[in-house]
Design a protein around this ligand. Structure first.
Ligand SMILES: [Zn+2]
Ligand SMILES: [Zn+2]
Length: 169
């Protein structure tokens, strides 16, 4: 994904771009297309890019192992300065130096980096996901299993014994 900047007027420009994830070098778990909203501000010695990414990824739920589609959204800002990069350049700042005769900005590397950062540590199909039964492995989102029915709070055991006696009579 590329933005042409050589004939761009100074001022604010907006772009809405969309491309298949493969085109920017993203693969599994990303799927479908990446949508990019860009606010580009061009000044005589710099370009400021404010980027908003929208992606879809196919994850496996950490609790129930079911595949689910997740929408990921992330924003970032990069300042491009025209000219030589100084020797003591601080790489932690989002500043990139561009040759004076550069004609375009290639977005693919940054899109890949920020897309990877947008992958959550914990992947849940749903915040309420019930997960799998530790005894029989049944997906508890689809209903309860027999083992969970048999789990009786020990405080109720005396009452349960009484109930069994009554039932057996
Ligand atoms: Zn789940
Ligand atoms: Zn079970």
């Amino acid at each position: 994904m590329v933005i042409k900047i050589n004939n761009l007027k100074e001022g604010l420009h907006h772009y809405s771009l969309e491309e298949p994830v493969e085109n920017v070098g993203l693969e599994n778990p990303f799927t479908d297309s990446v949508k990019v909203e860009l606010n580009l501000q061009k000044l005589h010695n710099q370009v400021v890019l404010e980027t908003s990414l929208n992606l879809q990824a196919l994850f496996e739920c950490d609790r129930c192992n079911e595949a689910f589609l997740s929408n990921l959204q992330t924003d970032y800002k990069i300042v491009y300065l025209f000219g030589e990069s100084p020797d003591d350049e601080d790489e932690s700042l989002n500043v990139v130096y561009l040759p004076l005769d550069v004609s375009e900005i290639v977005l693919d590397n940054d899109i890949r980096d920020y897309a990877m950062l947008a992958i959550p540590m914990k992947k849940l199909c749903n915040d309420e996901c019930q997960g799998l039964c530790p005894s029989c492995g049944k997906n508890l989102n689809t209903g309860s299993c027999l083992c969970s029915n048999n789990k009786i709070d020990p405080r109720w055991l005396p009452l349960n014994d009484l109930k069994n006696k009554i039932d057996n009579n």
